[in-house]
Design a protein around this ligand. Structure first.
Ligand SMILES: [Zn+2]
Length: 303
């Protein structure tokens, strides 16, 4: 029912996926009503870039946000972790043009937030309750959202590869720790020929088997193998959660996706953002996270 932030600031360092250089990331507690805001500390005049659908400037391979000439890339896994843990307000300082890729999943960011602790704030939360179905189709790709009491996701992918093929998750409910248990550890993936093309173009310099599942013609090249047999579709759902986080409030609806990706997710997020004012309402007890507030609430928050 109440908004949440982190109990104290927390930092980590990782590699930027595109640059291949180290990037420092710090999460700070933020006042109720702030939302998630990004701030680059490596540029002269810091510009605040809000995590909002109107800030999206690119959706190719990863989601990039920008405002007034400043951009922050690869935001979706951090945003997914914040959404999955029910964090409404946080200021993200990043010393570079992109959020570090870490292990290619959201788990390191979940760990970071858990380290800081979660603090419940004295301000009511609003939720976006889907009132009527919306659907977007693009060839064989489809995204649909229908009314539901919580955020539920049904997602199917279909890749002509012996390790993937058709994988689907049905009706996964994003409540009470299910993000951490079912999605957070799923890593990003790519096909060897695509990864090689990116490297030849001077892109994805930080990409490696440390942070990407790489598939060659016959199988998974990573020596440790997969974390789940259906890690691919789980990662797609993780990406969707990160994209929905740009609405700035929890969503109550059942999202059904066939062969999605950031671009398709963002088209739905844009449609929902246009209805956000009409469809938002105060959260009630049933919307709150039962698993929760933990130790952080006992500490003194700085915001
Ligand atoms: Zn991803």
């Amino acid at each position: 029912m109440f908004q949440r932030t982190i109990a104290e600031k927390v930092s980590c360092t990782g590699i930027g996926l595109h640059s291949g250089s180290p990037v420092e990331l710090t999460l700070h507690p933020a006042r109720a009503g702030t939302g998630v805001i990004f701030e680059r500390t490596d540029v002269g005049l810091p510009v605040e870039v809000p995590a909002a659908s109107e800030s999206v400037t690119a959706t190719l391979n990863a989601t990039t946000l920008g405002r007034a000439g400043t951009s922050v890339g690869t935001v979706e896994h951090l945003l997914a972790a914040l959404y999955g843990l029910g964090i409404d307000n946080v200021r993200v300082e990043v010393h570079g043009p992109e959020i570090p890729v870490m292990d290619g999943s959201a788990a390191p960011f979940v760990f970071l937030v858990r380290q800081a602790g979660i603090f419940e704030q004295d301000a009511p939360r609003r939720v976006l309750r889907v009132r009527s179905p919306l659907e977007i189709r693009d060839g064989k790709k489809r995204i649909r959202i229908e009314p539901a009491r919580t955020l539920r996701v049904s997602y199917a992918v279909d890749f002509a590869h012996p390790c993937i093929g058709r994988q689907s998750l049905r009706g996964l409910e994003l409540v009470n720790g299910s993000f951490e248990a079912e999605l957070a550890r799923a890593r990003t993936f790519g096909f060897l020929h695509e990864v090689e093309a990116l490297w030849r173009a001077g892109l994805a310099r930080g990409g490696s088997l440390e942070n990407t599942i790489v598939l060659d013609e016959v199988g998974v090249m990573n020596p440790e193998g997969l974390r789940w047999g259906d890690e691919f579709v789980r990662h797609k759902v993780l990406d969707l959660v990160g994209d929905l986080a740009l609405l700035g409030m929890p969503v109550q609806g059942h999202v059904i996706v066939e062969r999605g990706g950031h671009a398709l997710h963002q088209r739905m997020v844009g449609e929902l953002a246009r209805r956000a004012r009409a469809w938002s309402e105060p959260a009630n007890v049933a919307d709150s996270y039962a698993e929760p507030i933990s130790y952080g609430a006992l500490r003194t928050a700085t915001a």
